[in-house]
Design a protein. Structure first.
Length: 58
């Protein structure tokens, strides 16, 4: 699977390699990266997002 990178805003990019989601934030001296495996870690992140008081478009 090709890894297409999408700009999310606020200097954050996301891509998916078929196994994990990669979040990348370019910085001077090198990128900061976080990898969320397609499974428990990613599910835990979604559950965290669901607890936030974010107004979503209707």
């Amino acid at each position: 699977m090709s890894e297409r990178e999408v700009y999310l805003g606020d200097g954050l990019y996301a891509s998916f390699d078929g196994w994990q989601v990669r979040l990348r934030a370019p910085r001077e001296g090198g990128d900061h990266e976080v990898f969320l495996e397609d499974g428990l870690t990613l599910q835990a992140f979604f559950e965290f997002i669901d607890t936030l008081p974010i107004k979503r478009p209707s």
